[in-house]
Design a protein around this ligand. Structure first.
Ligand code: ADP
Length: 301
């Protein structure tokens, strides 16, 4: 196969592993810096240009679009889709996953377990908003945050209220969420490929840290998940329409709850924790599924 990978930094572990796994299986893979692509979007002869050349047709494209370049990255991916290149994850599905509120609404509609979550624009009803999700302590999240930045624990009603008001003052969109205390700073990342959980790890926050992100000094180890956790992760990925996803769960008193569904899940933490060749599994999934003009949405929507 002739594969394109949209990625800004080819030196990242995940990107290197995908290149390695593709080459091991005798595929051609080319890393394309998403922000250096420019496009001719006219309908009769769409074109993707890169450093003065027209890119050839690929059999598949692996989008690794960082959160900070979602807008342009999705436009580039849509252009590949319009031209009939099969994407590992479709632009529409990635777009859904990048909007935390939209994702949670879609998951809620399917009855998937979620932390009780509130969202409001007007600061006047903050007291009620905090009570609505069960009262302090609550977790306050910036809608645009990643890697745990912008996730704050409001331990008391008054500290939660002042944090919410400060964010509102700064014109930031936020979610207010029930704090799943019983998770004890541990979350579970389920790596889903093609409707199956192929690996899972437990991440534990640094001491005195309720956020378990590895980027915040957390540690990870392989974990066995329950059938309920497995089906929750698979349904979450399917609901957003993602072939490959990292589904983050918390173990709550009311069963597994989905915190987030990541459409470009990192490989380093989970490959090291589980000893699994997830990059290889992704390439095998492409081998089985990539067909020209088979994109469901072909960039629409
Ligand atoms: P990000 O996308 O920035 O990583 P998350 O929503 O995944 O943000 O939150 C970061 C971490 O904070 C999670 O991995 C989890 O450990 C902790 N956390 C987030 N939401 C809750 C919650 N409602 N209850 C308990 N812990 C939470």
């Amino acid at each position: 196969m002739n594969i394109a990978m949209l990625a800004r930094n080819p030196r990242l572990y995940s990107h290197q592993r995908l290149v390695e796994a593709a080459k091991e299986r005798d595929h051609e893979i080319r890393v394309i810096d998403t922000l250096k692509v420019y496009m001719n979007i006219t309908s009769h002869r769409p074109e993707i240009r890169y450093a003065g050349e027209t890119l050839p047709m690929f059999d598949a494209v692996i989008p690794r679009i960082g959160a900070s370049i979602t807008f342009y990255g999705l436009a580039v991916l849509r252009q590949f889709e319009v031209m009939g290149v099969w994407p590992l994850n479709e632009s529409v599905a990635i777009g859904r996953s990048r909007d935390k509120l939209r994702s949670l609404q879609l998951l809620a509609r399917r009855g998937i377990g979620l932390p009780v979550t509130g969202f409001a624009h007007d600061a006047r009803n903050t007291d009620d908003l905090i009570e609505m999700v069960g009262g302090a302590p609550v977790v306050i999240k910036l809608l645009e945050g990643t890697q745990g930045v912008g996730v704050i624990l409001g331990e008391t009603h008054s500290s939660a209220k002042s944090t919410i008001e400060a964010f509102r003052g700064a014109k930031q969109n936020i979610l207010v969420q029930e704090f799943i205390k019983e998770a004890k700073g541990v979350d579970i990342r389920c790596f889903v490929i093609g409707g199956k959980v192929v690996g899972s790890m437990m991440r534990k926050g640094a001491p005195d840290e309720f956020r378990s992100n590895l980027h915040r000094g957390g540690s990870a180890e392989r974990v066995r998940i329950t059938p309920e956790e497995r089906s929750t992760a698979v349904r979450a990925a399917r609901t957003l329409g993602l072939n490959v996803a990292g589904v983050d769960l918390l173990r709550s008193n009311h069963g597994p709850v989905v915190m987030e569904v990541n459409s470009s899940p990192g490989l380093e933490g989970i490959e090291k924790a589980t000893n699994l060749d997830l990059a290889g599994m992704i390439i095998e999934f492409l081998e089985k599924n990539a067909k020209p003009n088979k994109t469901k949405t072909r960039g629409q929507g």
